[in-house]
Design a protein around this ligand. Structure first.
Ligand SMILES: [Mg+2]
Length: 367
């Protein structure tokens, strides 16, 4: 009669490249990305049940950077070997202790793989672990920094998908940005619009853009990160003087940022991303933001359906997210995953997921 082994013990953990070229560059005010060079984490439990996690950094990384990320992920992963996935909250803390904040996307990838494996083992969809509030989320789709004619074409395609909200990247050149927003409005007259400047404007420019749009009858719902991330008074000025709700993205990075944003009335909504500081920090930031009366947005980096699927479970589980911005799988030239994906209308339908995130990587390896 042998000792009965724990089926939820983590017995194997691997890290590999998870790369794919994009259809077209994902161009925003801070730069452009033509390839996703992400990290895939594979976890295996004693029972044989697998779990998958994806990490995506903010920078356009080269091969040398990715090799370093893989080494870092493998080193951190070793700490999880032999641990019980059922103590998941403790394991996420261990990951935070082991992996420094600037590698937040590795924290996210490791945590995601553990939670995917655990919820597969328990045969429950991941969203139940986060609260099970909702069973689907509807994402916006983005028009990146492109000329007006291309923006109009993209907007028509997005509207034809049944997507209700179009996010428009701005923050480079005020006149060009104005032209882009107006052509999106003309091409998709019924869509809700919101702007994301990725820190590209001064407060004066951001306010001018909103006022000029308003004078043309265009009223965006939100203005994400209009000014530099450290300029909290600037964010507050945009919200107050342009009379538009501001979403803090780059400004909401550290744990202390959310209370400071609320205190200074610098933002009305906080963009929560798993990749910023990992799953636990994202959870804490969301709970903190809600407690302080701020609205929630779920966002991501350039991620496949694996990480975005996890974010969809996170947002649906907690519930009440005002904005869901999980559209980057549409940029991937080939799909790296099977299972849950961005469906018609930009909807992630989680009601059909029976266990885990509901996404598996395609093929053995992707380089
Ligand atoms: Mg953003």
């Amino acid at each position: 009669m042998g000792f009965r082994r724990n089926p939820a013990e983590i017995v194997d953990i691997r890290a590999e490249p998870f790369n794919a070229p994009l259809h077209e560059p994902f161009a925003i005010a801070t730069g452009s990305k033509s390839e996703a060079r992400n990290i895939l984490i594979r976890v295996k439990l004693r029972s044989g049940v697998p779990g998958y996690g994806e990490g995506a950094g903010s920078a356009a990384t080269g091969r040398a950077d990715q090799d370093l990320e893989l080494l870092r992920a493998r080193a951190a992963g070793r700490v999880l070997l032999g641990k019980d996935a059922r103590s998941w909250r403790r394991l996420l803390e261990v990951i935070e202790e082991e992996v420094e904040p600037r590698w937040g996307f590795l924290r996210a990838a490791l945590g995601m793989a553990v939670l995917d494996a655990l919820t597969r083992q328990c045969r429950i969809p991941l969203r139940l672990l986060f609260g099970g509030a909702e069973s689907s989320v509807s994402s916006d789709v983005t028009v990146t920094i492109v000329p007006p004619s291309k923006a109009a074409m993209d907007a028509r395609r997005i509207a034809a998908m049944g997507v209700k909200t179009i996010k428009i990247k701005v923050g480079t050149d005020l006149e060009a940005d104005l032209g882009r927003v107006l052509s999106v409005r003309a091409a998709a007259p019924r869509a809700s619009l919101f702007l994301d400047a990725n820190q590209g404007y001064s407060p004066r420019q951001a306010i001018a853009l909103v006022r000029r749009l308003r004078s043309r009858g265009v009223e965006p719902m939100f203005f994400e990160q209009p000014v530099a991330k450290d300029d909290f008074p600037g964010l507050a000025a945009v919200a107050r003087l342009a009379r538009i709700p501001v979403v803090a993205d780059e400004s909401a990075q550290e744990p202390g940022d959310v209370p400071r944003l609320a205190r200074l009335k610098a933002a009305q909504v906080v963009n929560i991303k798993l990749m910023k500081r990992g799953l636990l920090a994202a959870y804490d930031a969301a709970v903190c933001a809600r407690g302080l009366g701020l609205g929630l947005m779920m966002g991501g980096m350039v991620e496949s359906c694996l990480a975005m699927g996890c974010a969809a479970h996170f947002a649906a589980g907690l519930g009440g997210f005002k904005i869901v911005d999980l559209d980057t799988p549409l940029w991937f030239q080939r799909s790296l995953t099977k299972g849950l994906s961005l469906g018609p209308g930009g909807v992630y339908d989680l009601s059909k997921v029976t266990a885990g995130i509901g996404v598996v990587p395609r093929g053995r390896r992707s380089t």
